[in-house]
Every structure is written in structure tokens, then in C-alpha cells.
Design a protein around this ligand. Sequence first.
Ligand SMILES: [Mg+2]
Ligand SMILES: [Zn+2]
Length: 212
Amino acid sequence: MSGRTIVVDFDGTITEQDLLDEIALTFGDEDVYREVDEGLDESRLTLHEVLRREFEPVRAPLPEVQRWVLENVRVRPGFRDVVELARKRGWRFVIVSSGFRELIQPVLDREGLGDLELLSNSVDPDPSGWKVAFRTEAVCESCGEPCKRSTAAALADGTELVYVGDGYSDRCAAELADLVFARRGLARYLTERGVPFEPFDDFRSVARRLAS
Ligand SMILES: [Mg+2]
Ligand SMILES: [Zn+2]
């Protein structure tokens, strides 16, 4: 194996808070949010169904939500260190997110990292209810719903795959990766499944581990 590819989740991983959750709660309908979130936990709904239903009640104009995002979203310390290390070493670095390009790109631009490679869903901020445009609808053979696994595999293309994530959308791809940094729900899931990972709270420790 030669070379290395780093695939990083956005919400709750690069950012300190989960933007999707917060926007669905702040601009959408809290009851719908709770209901579909429970459906995901109990495997009654796929992540796509959850996102579709969570954002249906959101009617705010996109610029208003983008402003809210820029005021509220913080990037986890050390993120730039990992990006710079990857650049220096010639590792491919890709953000793969279930979030929306329209809300992620402004945060990256603000951080001076607007040229990072980004694969994500996008959103049509229809005033009668936001409509999610999914990056892929292809169902994964491993987990039975559209996920990040085949994307991560294609990006790595035979190089060592490093995966960094925190949640549901990261599970299947993390199980495939050669080295995983996990926190929150993803860490609990991998622990239950006996999949090894490195816990992380900020990207400084990730950068140190990858540099060694
Ligand atoms: Mg996440
Ligand atoms: Zn999968």
C-alpha cells in the first residue's frame, strides 16, 4: 500500500456542533426532529428519509440560515494542522458529508479553506419546505442504504484510507477504513462492534498521530 487518503466527515467532526441537527431544530419542527431521530436509532428509517423529513418543515430563506451558520458554527481546533500536514505529505484530503454544500462551503471559505475537496448533499431552499438533493441514491450492499463507504473506497483507490467521523453516516465507511479516528456516536458504535479506532477531541491529536 502506498500513499494515504484522508476522508473526513463535516458535521460534529470538523465542526464542534452538528449543524444539520441544529438547523433542523432551530428552523424546522422539533417534534418531527425527535420522531425521525428515534426512527433512525431504531433502524425504522434510513438517513436519507430522516434528512428529507427533518428539512421539509424548514422554510427560512437560505441567506438567513447561512448567516446563522457563520455566526454559530465553530471549527474544531487543529483542523488546519491536519489539512496542512496532508498538503505537505501529498495525501488526498476529502470532506464527505451528508450535509448541504450551501451551508458547508461558507464555513470553509471563512476558515480560508474554501479550496478543500468537498463531496456532499445539497439543498433546494424551497419556501414551501427545503428539499434535499442527495449526492447518491445508490444503496450500499453492506449497510442497505446509501452511505459513504463506496465513495471512500473509490477515493482511497488502493491507498491507505484514514477516516475521521462522529456519527451515523460514518459507520459503514469507518468499518472499511485502515485507520479510524472516532468520537461520539461513531466511537460507541465501533466499540460495540469491536472495531479498533483512535478517539479524538480535536484535530491536533489527529495531526500528531498521522505525522508520526
Ligand atoms: Mg457527523
Ligand atoms: Zn454502507
